[in-house]
Design a protein around this ligand. Structure first.
Ligand code: ATP
Ligand code: MG
Length: 478
């Protein structure tokens, strides 16, 4: 190589031998081939690791969010949570690997060009130092702007600032590029262009990294429900369905009054209890306590002799059936909605659909594998409640909780619901929060709530005989 260099630069203009030419073409070809191979490896590894990273981050955030207490959902706007799962995951999945790939390619390209330029033009190092300092300050400004954007959490405001931040960044870089071109006019143009591209890709990478930081904040910062179990629930628990609430005090926030105030009552095995009271009296809170959706300040709940605070949350929640006021269906086939764990046979599923008077509807939709649509929109509200009832029957739970199940349902569906509940849960404990007093007039006992306290807990016919009872006034007022 040295010989060849001397030959070319000696002024004799000797043509390189064809052997030399072949050698250098070979080296050049080798570098090009290696470059292609490494580029391919780089592109593949970035795409693959980006996908893996997004998958891991997504499942970690999901796990954390699913374990979060109700308080977290009360305090966090749903849009913000959705943003973590949509735009942030999308950035980690697509944007970040893409721009990081470009940034690293440009970084090494620029470093190579700078080394070659410095070897050829050593005085260039003198120019490089002020450029580096200038770049450093521009970079600090841009990073500060990004930090500001990051601190705004309200989704819309964030979007607005992100757009203006991007405009600011671009303006800074454009200004920077113009200055640099004028300033470094004796410097070979490709170097300035490389430097400008490097700054742009670096700021873009940093901006995309914010999504990763926000995801990490959720993974590390979202609190989890307390789930330190002292024991595992016996396999057949609860076998009778006897529930005891003892001195329960519940406060949603430290500055709020008690939503439940020293609530004490006990429900016998197989008893049908109606729960009534004015709005805000604490009816739904009783169910939240039963499912340990909220942390109580004082007291204990015992089901069949086992204090529920001792049990793992999954055991507790999977052994009690609930029909919520707002019946929830997954965007999935009927089969998965009825039997999310996939442990029942088709004939079991059709049997419960028969019992909840839904066979015809599901057959018309296309059978067990028919999709229920987004949040079950292919069904009416009443049919969704019947589907929740079918799900409850399938769990064979000894305790069924119905929260205002008849609130937004027509009379016919209400009648079907009540009939099925009477037939299928004849031996089970059923707690019904009732909107229509008529629904609970057949109950064994009625629990009347007011301002978080238990006012009365007696058979309805006894309460109706006493004109001074709270229940009597409620019935007459309705
Ligand atoms: N997540 C919450 N955060 C703060 N306070 C709450 C929360 N849920 C309920 N409360 C308060 O607790 C009290 C009892 O509410 P709860 O929902 O148990 O009443 P309810 O009897 O079910 O009322 P409704 O008939 O309207 O459903 C109310 O004062 C309510 O404002
Ligand atoms: Mg309620």
């Amino acid at each position: 190589m040295t010989n060849h260099y001397h030959t070319c630069s000696s002024g004799n203009h000797t043509q390189p031998s064809s052997k030399d030419l072949k050698f250098y073409l070979g080296v050049y070809g080798g570098i090009a081939a290696a470059n292609s191979v490494f580029t391919l490896i780089r592109a593949f590894s970035f795409a693959y690791s980006g996908l893996c990273a997004a998958k891991i981050v997504h499942s970690k955030i999901l796990r954390q969010i699913l374990k979060a207490p109700i308080k977290f959902f009360d305090e966090t706007p749903i849009g913000r949570i959705m943003n973590r799962f949509s735009s942030d995951i999308c950035t980690i999945d697509e944007g970040l690997p893409f721009i990081l790939n470009i940034f690293l390619a440009q970084l090494y390209g620029t470093l190579g060009a700078l080394v070659v330029t410095c070897v050829g033009l050593p005085w260039f190092i003198l120019v490089l130092i002020p450029i580096a300092i200038y770049y450093y300050f521009i970079q600090i400004n841009i990073s500060r702007a990004e930090e500001n954007i990051q601190h705004y959490d309200v989704t819309d405001l964030y979007t607005f600032l992100r757009i203006s931040g991007r405009a600011y960044n671009n303006q800074s870089i454009e200004g920077f590029s113009e200055d640099l071109l004028v300033w470094c006019s004796p410097i070979p143009y490709p170097i300035t262009s490389l430097l400008i591209n490097l700054v742009t890709s670096f700021t873009e990478t940093e901006k995309n990294m914010i999504s990763m930081e926000r995801a990490q904040q959720y993974i590390d910062g979202v609190p989890s429900e307390r789930d330190q179990a002292g024991m595992i629930a016996p396999i057949n628990w609860p076998s009778q369905g006897r529930i005891i609430f003892k001195d329960i005090c519940l406060r949603y926030r430290s500055h709020l009054p008690n939503a439940l105030d020293e609530v004490t009552f006990s429900v016998e095995a197989g008893e049908k209890v109606g729960i009534v009271g004015r709005t805000g009296s604490g009816k739904s809170s009783l169910f939240l306590v039963l499912f340990r959706m909220v942390e109580i300040q004082e007291g204990s709940v015992t089901i069949d002799g086992i204090e529920i605070s001792q049990l793992p949350l999954e055991d507790l929640r999977s052994r009690i059936a609930v029909i919520p006021q707002d019946p929830f269906l997954f965007n999935a086939p009927v089969r998965e909605n009825l039997d999310p764990k996939g442990i029942h046979t088709d004939s079991d599923l059709w049997l419960v659909l028969d019992k909840s008077h839904l066979r015809g509807v599901v057959q018309r939709l296309g059978g067990l594998d028919a999709e229920v649509g987004e949040l079950g929109k292919k069904f009416s509200v009443g049919q969704r409640q019947l589907l929740c009832l079918a799900r409850a029957i399938l769990t064979e739970a000894k305790i069924l909780c119905i929260d205002e199940a008849t609130a937004s349902v027509d009379m016919e569906t209400d009648h079907l619901l009540q009939q099925t509940i009477r037939e299928e849960f004849a031996d089970n404990t059923v707690l019904t929060i009732a909107h229509r007093i008529k629904t609970i007039l057949n109950s064994d006992r009625v629990l009347v709530m007011n301002n978080g306290k238990v006012m009365e807990f007696s058979p309805p016919y006894l309460l109706l005989q006493d004109s001074s009872s709270y229940f009597y006034r409620l019935v007459n007022a309705s």
